[in-house]
Ligand binder design. Structure first.
Ligand code: IPM
Ligand code: MN
Length: 351
């Protein structure tokens, strides 16, 4: 297969983890005789420095005309500590999600056999966890009206959803549940928020189209608790943007490291694959960041193109590296820690 993949390394550890994913993908391409053509483009703080904005039109062109986008991370502390900054790297990520129509973010949570004891949660609670949080990605409070009132002392952000936005996300959730254990949980705050009541009403109305799917409705605060108490109680979770942002960080604790969890953002056309972790600026340039979340995001990419063996191969070598202790310092404990680039080389070689 011929694949044009836009390569958005971004900020912080982005470039380092992306480099490892590229090595692994190139090894897969050689093994299975695919032709991958990488199309690098600027985003985030790197793009602000170069051209003054975090998701330039040229970058959008590259993404929109590619078969898929592989993305590293966005964010720089220089902006975090400056609330008055007019342009922020994160705006690039939001603009990219919106312009590419990436309304659904697929964030799986699973455990790795050799890492179960690295999780702060007890083995019996997490072993066998296999859930997907389907996060709405282009609506809600991230994109609603926001601002300051004239008095300068009042600020507001608005959580807005249309029925159509909820339906298209929920449809993906129902379809995903049909291919899995047929359990779907809609997470909201319908006891307080009007937008949540619209979510609930909309999803309830769709139940009749998927009679085999058992749907439950839970409040987000309760889910925050149950997710770490008994994650095996969940299969497919659908939720709005901000709730999904928070719950997916929480869920990453189950797997043992934030550096492990991949994601795919899907929607109207070009799909985007990215680790769920951020730019981890403290580690940037040190060759210590865990590249596995990005490598596993690449596995999701191959899978979406119907290249199941390729995806399985990547997951197999990742599991092998974990089992053999070829890991970065977040997972090495007392044993030798490998560099980001060494882990990437090892994975590519083992493909
Ligand atoms: C994520 C990140 C982003 C988000 C930030 C960087 C804007 O936390 O992808 O989860 O909040 O969506
Ligand atoms: Mn997040």
């Amino acid at each position: 297969m011929k694949l044009d993949i836009a390569l958005l390394a971004g900020d912080g550890i982005g470039p380092e983890v992306i480099d490892q994913a590229v090595k692994v993908c190139d090894a897969i391409a050689t093994k299975y005789k695919h032709e991958i053509s990488w199309k690098p483009a600027l985003t985030g703080a790197a793009a602000i420095d170069a051209v003054g904005e975090p998701y330039p039109d040229e970058t959008h062109e590259v993404c929109a005309s590619a078969d898929a986008v592989l993305f590293g991370a966005i964010g720089h502390p220089r902006f975090d500590n400056d609330p008055s900054a007019k342009v922020r790297p994160e705006q690039g990520l939001l603009k990219m999600r919106q312009k590419l129509g990436l309304f659904a973010n697929v964030r799986p949570t699973f455990t790795f056999p050799s890492l179960i004891d690295k999780s702060p949660l007890k083995r019996e609670r997490i072993e066998g966890t296999d859930l997907i949080i389907l996060r709405e990605l282009t609506g809600g409070v991230y994109f609603g009206e926001r601002g300051r009132k004239d008095d300068g002392n009042t600020a507001f952000d608005t959580m807005t959803y249309t029925r159509a936005e909820i339906q298209r996300l929920a449809k993906k959730g129902f379809e995903m549940a049909m291919n899995r254990s047929k359990r779907l949980c809609c997470v909201d705050k319908a006891n307080v928020l009007e937008s949540s009541r619209l979510w609930r009403e909309t999803v309830q109305a769709m139940e009749k189209d998927y009679p085999e799917v058992e749907v439950s409705y839970e409040f987000v605060d309760a889910v925050a608790m149950r997710l770490v108490q008994w994650p095996k109680g969940y299969d497919v979770i659908i939720t709005e943007n901000l709730f999904g942002d928070i719950l997916t960080d929480e869920a990453s604790v189950i797997s043992g490291s934030m550096g492990l969890m991949p994601s795919a953002s899907v929607g109207e056309k070009t799909k985007l694959y990215e680790p769920i972790h951020g730019s981890y600026p403290q580690a940037a340039g040190k060759d210590i960041a865990n590249p596995l979340a990005t490598v596993l995001s690449a596995a999701m990419l191959f899978e979406d193109f119907g290249l199941q063996q390729e995806a399985d191969d990547i997951r197999r070598v990742v599991n092998k590296s974990l089992a053999e202790g070829i890991v970065t310092e977040d997972l090495s404990e007392d044993a030798k820690a490998y560099k980001t680039s060494e882990v990437g080389d090892w994975l590519a070689k083992n493909v």
